[in-house]
Design a protein around this ligand. Structure first.
Ligand code: SF4
Length: 89
């Protein structure tokens, strides 16, 4: 089974308040933007204007928190009852 198939079987209860905050001013000076390539859920997309982040599909792996070289990410787990609910564990 492909990762995309597994992710599509999960359920999100999206909070209106993002659990991850990105400091885009710091992103502007990031040369490699590893979040775009390493986020397994594709939450970080590179556009003509820089990084575009969408927290709604986050799988709470913590990768972006660890790999961001600019310390541009404020990361918290979603509130209780919010975020992803895994079908396959
Ligand atoms: Fe992507 Fe994982 Fe960061 Fe969520 S925690 S935005 S899935 S890298």
């Amino acid at each position: 089974m492909k990762l995309e198939d597994i992710l599509q079987s999960d359920i999100w209860n999206v909070d209106e308040d993002p659990h991850i905050i990105v400091d885009y001013n710091k992103c502007k000076n990031c040369p490699d933007k590893p979040c775009v390539y390493l986020c397994p859920a594709g939450c970080y997309v590179l556009s003509d204007n820089g990084i575009v982040f969408s927290y709604e599909g986050c799988v709470e792996c913590g990768t972006c928190r660890v790999i961001c070289p600019m310390e541009a990410i404020t990361w918290n787990y979603p509130k209780s009852g919010k975020g992803i609910f895994y079908r396959f564990t």
